[in-house]
Design a binder for this molecule. Structure first.
Ligand code: IPM
Ligand code: MG
Length: 359
């Protein structure tokens, strides 16, 4: 029985719709397990730009830092796409990750047996897939300096810097090894060491650290090959550890193995406050229709319980409920087979809640 302060950022597009279902779930979990959750809403992304002109107001940073965990929806949309770079919704998200020191992004891609036919890949290829992508989140080319656009005419050039220090590599690699120790003890480090100096250092440091984890079977893969192997034979992977941009790309690819990006949750940890969000974006094309899949947001609430608050039994309950709705054949539009009835966002939220006690 605990008292927890949870900050909530609904964000833009389908963010509020799906996140509300995740909040309902946490309320229900609180009641069942006797925890006191209080929820505190803050603005970020496009909604914050509209209200304050700033994608990440100071009040949001202060409020989130004062909480035990952050439940995040999604941000961005066409309305803000033409804004200058530092004022885009995405800039707010990146700054928030960095402000919270959330350097390790855990993105599980699990193919539920019940959904094996929803993938665009053959069932025999994806069946049994259970991958954890550990993506570095606060460094690499996303944050490296110098960056910018300079010069004139055809000499005008744009540039970014991909940079990792030994300390940055070591701490994310450690999360990779520790994660592998709790799973099948296989870790694949993904880099581009045949071309990039930064990747050469990455590989060196990962190999150095592997001495501390003799039980973990470490392998290395170039990122282009990893993209191919993910769709060729995904069950060969257990834990993947990689840098920021490679992880961004590979986690989207991994998500489609599972049938829908609308299923995948993520946890960003490493700092004092964990940050939990679905990996899908704000999906402007389906915003306001009430058809978005809330399961990624609900699964993110599950990760919040596990990784943010250390409430494992509660998190197990959430995962069991998600499996139960899928087992019962319930689907939202993104994963429904042709001719199958698709549940609304709220109806799917109801269905998960109804199964919390079901086992
Ligand atoms: C993600 C997203 C973000 C990223 C965008 C919205 C900045 O694609 O969380 O994967 O690139 O990290
Ligand atoms: Mg992405």
């Amino acid at each position: 029985m605990g008292v927890y302060r949870i900050s909530v950022i609904h964000g833009d597009g389908i963010g509020p719709e799906v996140n509300q279902q995740a909040v309902r779930l946490l309320v229900a979990i609180g009641e069942r397990f006797g925890h006191q959750f209080s929820f505190h809403e803050y603005l970020a992304g496009g909604a914050a730009i509209d209200a304050t002109g700033n994608p990440l107001p100071d009040e949001t940073i202060a409020g989130v830092k004062d909480s035990d965990a952050l439940l995040f929806g999604a941000i961005g949309g066409p309305k803000w796409e033409s804004m200058p770079h530092h004022l885009k919704p995405e800039a707010g998200l990146l700054r928030l990750r960095s402000e919270l020191g959330a350097f390790a992004n855990l993105r599980p891609a699990v193919v539920y047996d019940e959904l094996v036919d929803a993938s665009t890949l053959k069932p025999e290829v994806v069946r049994g897939t259970d991958i954890m992508v550990v993506r570095e989140l606060t460094g690499g080319i996303y944050f490296g300096q110098p960056r910018g656009i300079e010069g004139e005419g055809s000499e005008r050039r744009g540039f970014n810097t991909m940079v990792y220090s030994v300390a940055e590599i070591e701490r994310i690699a450690r999360v990779g090894f520790e994660t592998a120790m709790k799973r099948d003890k296989r870790l694949c480090s993904v880099d581009k060491a045949n071309v990039l100096d930064v990747s050469q250092l990455w590989r060196e440091v990962v190999i150095g650290l592997s001495k501390e984890y003799p039980e973990v079977r470490l392998s290395h893969m170039y990122v282009d090959n990893a993209a191919m192997q993910l769709v060729r034979n995904p069950t060969q992977f257990d834990v993947i550890v990689t840098g920021n941009i490679f992880g961004d790309i590979l986690s989207d690819a991994a998500s489609m193995l599972t049938g829908s990006i609308g299923m995948l949750a993520s946890a960003s940890i490493g700092g004092p406050i964990g940050f939990f969000e679905p990996i899908h974006g704000s999906a402007p094309d389906i915003t306001g229709k009430g058809i978005a899949n809330p399961l990624a947001a609900i699964a993110s609430a599950g990760m919040l319980l596990r990784y943010g608050l250390g409430l494992n039994e509660e998190a197990d309950t959430v995962e069991t409920a998600i499996r139960a709705v899928l087992g019962d054949g319930l689907r939202t539009a993104d994963m429904a087979a042709p001719g199958q009835t698709a549940l609304s966002t709220v109806a799917m939220g109801d269905a998960v809640l109804a199964r919390l006690d079901g086992k």
